[in-house]
Design a protein around this ligand. Structure first.
Ligand SMILES: *Cc1c(COP(=O)(O)O)cnc(C)c1O
Length: 423
C-alpha cells in the first residue's frame, strides 16, 4: 500500500503526517493521486465517490473544465500582481448583488483571516471588546475563536487549544446554538461588540437552525445594538446564491465568505454596509493587509464558479440531491439496528449516531454521539468506494458533479454497511 508508506514517511516531517489536522485518521489516510468530478483516486488506483470535497469549497466537484480554462487563461497573464486588477471589482459586484446586506468587501486568503479581521472590525466599529460565539462553532484557527471550537479541534479532543493566552479569550463568551434566550441573557449582562455564528452549524456535523432561531438572533442583536456576524464560509453560495441570508430571509451586519467563493483556490472575504467597511484601512483605522489578497487566480476561479452557479441553478440541484440523500438515509437508519438520526439542510448531510436516535440540536448533542461507531462506518464506506469526511464532526457535501448513479451507489453502500457496525 503506497498510502501507508507515504504516511509513515510524512509523520517524520510533519506533525501527525498532515498539513491540516482533519486529514489525519487511523491507521493512515489515503494519498490522492488525482481527482475529477465526483471522484477522487488514491495512489493505489482506488476510486472513491467524494462527499468530503475538501471540506466545502468544491461545489462543482473536482477539476471543473470551465474553471480550469479560466484559470489557465489567467495564468498566461500572470498569477500575482501586487496591484489592483479589474476582476476584483467584478467579483465584488457579484457578491454585493447576491448579498444585499453587503455593500463593500475586503478579499483575504482564507476564512480564518476573514473572521479574524471581521472581529477586529466589529470591535473597532463599536469600541467594545467582548464577542459572543456559539459552542462548537468554528471560525478558523486563530486565538480569539479557538474555544469550544468545532472541526478538527473537537475531533482531536482539543476544543480549547493550548498556547492561547487567557487574555486572548477572556473576551470570547459562549452560548449554545438554537437557544435565543441564552443570547438575550448574555447580551443583557455584558457589553458586547458582536456575535459570530454559522447560520447552519457545519463543523460539528451539520445542524440546522430551529424555526425562527435566526430571525430571533437578528431581533435580539438589533435590540441590544450588537453586530451580527454571519460566518457563511460553508453556506455562502451553497444553500442559495445569497447563502443562508437568502435561504432563511435574514440579514447580517458583517458577512464572512470563503471556500466556494475561491472556486477551489484559497480565498476569504468579509463584507458589510459602507458605514462599517469605511473603517477598514486605508480608508479607516482598522488595519488589515495581505500579500496574496485578491490574487487574480483565486478571484478568476471564484468568478467563473459563481457564473456557473448562476447559469446552471446549481444550488437548486445540489439541494435536491441533498434532500434525496437525507430522506433515504433517514429510512435506512430508522429501519436499522443502530441508534442515530440524519441531520443537515440543502446539500449538507450527516448520519449522527445519537443516543436514543434523538435529533442533534447543538454542540452538546453532537458530542454525545458515538464517534467510534461513526469511524467504523467511515472505514466500511471507504472499502465500498465512498469517501466521507473522517470524523463524526464534519459535514458531508454533495456537489453539482454528483450523478444520480453516484447517489444510488452511495445509498446502496450505506444500506450494506449500516447494520454491520458492532466493535
Ligand atoms: C472552513 C471554515 C473557516 C475557515 O476557513 P479557512 O479557509 O480554512 O481558514 C471559517 N469558518 C467556517 C464556518 C468554516 O467552515
Amino acid at each position: 500500500m503506497k498510502s501507508e508508506k507515504l504516511f509513515e514517511l510524512a509523520k517524520g516531517y510533519m506533525p501527525g503526517g498532515v498539513s491540516s489536522p482533519v486529514r489525519a485518521y487511523t491507521p493512515y489516510p489515503f494519498y490522492t493521486a488525482r481527482a475529477k468530478r465526483s471522484k477522487i483516486y488514491d495512489v493505489d488506483s482506488k476510486e472513491y465517490i467524494d462527499y468530503c470535497l475538501a471540506y466545502g469549497p468544491l461545489v462543482l466537484g473536482h477539476g471543473n473544465e470551465e474553471v480550469k480554462r479560466a484559470v489557465v487563461d489567467q495564468l498566461e497573464k500572470g498569477w500575482l500582481y501586487g496591484t489592483p486588477h479589474e476582476k476584483e471589482i467584478t467579483l465584488a459586484e457579484k457578491i454585493i448583488t447576491h448579498y444585499p446586506s453587503v455593500e463593500m468587501v475586503r478579499f483575504v486568503n482564507t476564512g480564518s483571516e476573514a473572521t479574524m479581521a471581521a472581529i477586529r472590525l466589529a470591535r473597532g466599529f463599536t469600541g467594545r471588546d467582548k464577542i459572543v460565539k456559539i459552542e462548537g462553532g468554528f471560525h478558523g484557527a486563530h486565538d480569539g475563536v479557538l474555544v469550544k471550537a468545532g472541526s478538527g479541534a473537537t475531533t482531536f479532543g482539543i476544543p480549547d487549544s493550548k498556547g492561547i493566552p487567557k487574555d486572548s479569550v477572556k473576551n470570547t463568551l459562549q452560548i449554545p446554538f438554537n437557544d435565543a434566550e441564552a443570547l438575550t441573557s448574555v447580551l443583557e449582562n455584558n457589553s458586547v461588540a458582536a456575535i459570530i455564528l454559522e447560520p447552519v452549524m457545519g463543523n460539528v456535523g451539520p445542524i440546522a437552525p430551529a424555526a425562527n432561531y435566526l430571525s430571533e438572533v437578528r431581533r435580539i442583536t438589533k435590540e441590544n445594538d450588537v453586530l451580527l456576524i454571519l460566518d457563511e464560509v460553508i453556506t455562502g453560495f451553497r444553500l442559495a446564491l445569497g447563502g443562508a441570508q437568502e435561504y432563511y430571509g435574514v440579514d447580517a451586519d458583517l458577512t464572512i465568505l470563503g471556500k466556494i467563493v475561491g472556486g477551489g483556490f484559497p480565498i476569504g472575504m468579509f463584507g458589510a454596509k459602507r458605514e462599517i467597511m469605511a473603517l477598514v484601512a486605508p480608508s479607516g483605522a482598522v488595519y488589515q493587509a495581505g500579500t496574496f489578497s485578491g490574487n487574480p487566480v483565486s478571484v478568476t476561479a471564484g468568478l467563473k464558479t459563481i457564473e456557473i452557479l448562476e447559469r446552471d441553478s446549481v444550488p437548486e440541484r445540489i439541494n435536491e440531491l441533498g434532500a434525496t440523500m437525507r430522506a433515504v438515509l433517514s429510512e435506512l437508519v430508522r429501519d436499522s439496528d443502530v441508534d442515530g438520526c440524519v441531520s443537515g439542510v440543502g446539500s449538507m448531510f450527516k448520519v449522527f449516531f445519537s443516543p436514543g436516535s434523538a435529533a442533534v440540536k447543538n454542540y452538546a448533542d453532537a458530542l454525545g454521539c458515538d464517534k467510534a461507531k461513526y469511524m467504523r462506518l467511515f472505514h466500511k464506506m471507504l472499502s465500498s468506494g465512498v469517501f466521507l469526511p473522517p470524523s463524526q464532526f464534519e459535514t458531508n457535501f454533495v456537489s453539482f458533479a454528483h450523478t444520480d448513479e453516484d447517489i444510488e451507489r452511495t445509498l446502496k453502500a450505506y444500506k450494506e454497511n449500516i447494520n454491520d457496525l458492532q466493535d
